[in-house]
Design a protein around this ligand. Structure first.
Ligand SMILES: CC(C)(COP(=O)(O)OP(=O)(O)OC[C@H]1O[C@@H](n2cnc3c(N)ncnc32)[C@H](O)[C@@H]1OP(=O)(O)O)[C@@H](O)C(=O)NCCC(=O)NCCS
Length: 206
């Protein structure tokens, strides 16, 4: 185990979140291994940059240009830092980092926010560096999130994604998510669709 992995295990305890993955876990064996570790406030800029890169590429033509062109990474980072500084017992904040210690993906999750009676947890944000899509990093992040949620006593979860983003929908459907309902989001002027996992064991074992 690397020192980064060991430090992360010490930090979170429980089932442990610092899980070094070998190349065999990745789709492309030539890709660097990734380590999943808890996110810290120092990751806020890297996380916000990955999210901005994804919005500017994947969300183009789904979300209006004026919204994408106004993205301010530093402002996103400033808003995210307090959240990362106070993880809380019912939060999951993870990053995937490569062997150069560069953050290449992240997930923020917690309790379901709208009072949905059938789903206890919610993945609020999950993003992978666009140049590393389809290398298995998203699947690893979802699995580790489900493990953490289960360690916190949650058994089910949902998430929202852009309705007109076929790539993320294919990802969630591949991982066994079921489309639940749609809602319009005024702030991005787009529809989102919810995907649910009534039993997160499917994500852990699948
Ligand atoms: C959605 C996202 C997190 C997926 O992460 P990823 O690392 O690219 O996904 P994985 O490589 O783990 O994909 C696992 C499986 O999902 C399916 N999948 C993933 N991306 C897909 C795509 N673009 N098209 C079709 N299927 C896809 C595939 O079955 C894939 O397995 P395979 O590559 O062996 O066929 C990532 O693409 C991303 O950050 N997208 C932009 C931001 C976004 O939409 N985030 C969701 C916000 S709610």
């Amino acid at each position: 185990m690397t020192s980064a992995a060991r430090g992360a295990s010490d930090h979170r305890g429980g089932e442990g979140t610092a899980r070094p993955y070998t190349s065999a876990d990745m789709r492309d064996a030539s890709r660097p291994d990734v380590i999943i570790r808890p996110a810290t406030p120092d990751d806020a800029v890297a996380i916000s940059r990955i999210r901005a890169d994804a919005w500017r590429t994947v969300y183009r033509r789904i979300v209006p240009d004026e919204i994408l062109d106004a993205i301010d990474v530093e402002r996103w980072a400033d808003r995210m830092r307090p959240t990362l500084a106070t993880p809380g017992s019912d939060r999951v904040h993870l990053v995937a980092q490569d062997q150069d210690a560069d953050v290449v993906g992240f997930v923020l999750a917690g309790k379901e926010r709208s009072g949905d009676p059938d789903h206890e947890g919610e993945v609020e944000l999950i993003y992978v560096t666009p140049s590393l899509h389809r290398r298995g990093i998203g699947r690893i992040l979802m699995r580790e999130t489900a493990r953490e949620m289960r360690a916190q006593g949650m058994r089910s979860m949902l998430l929202w994604t852009l309705r007109d983003n076929p790539r993320s929908r294919a990802f969630y459907e591949r991982l066994g998510g079921r489309a639940l309902r749609e809602e319009y989001r005024e702030w991005i002027r787009a529809y989102e669709v919810a995907y649910g996992w009534p039993d997160i064991a499917a994500l852990i074992e699948g």
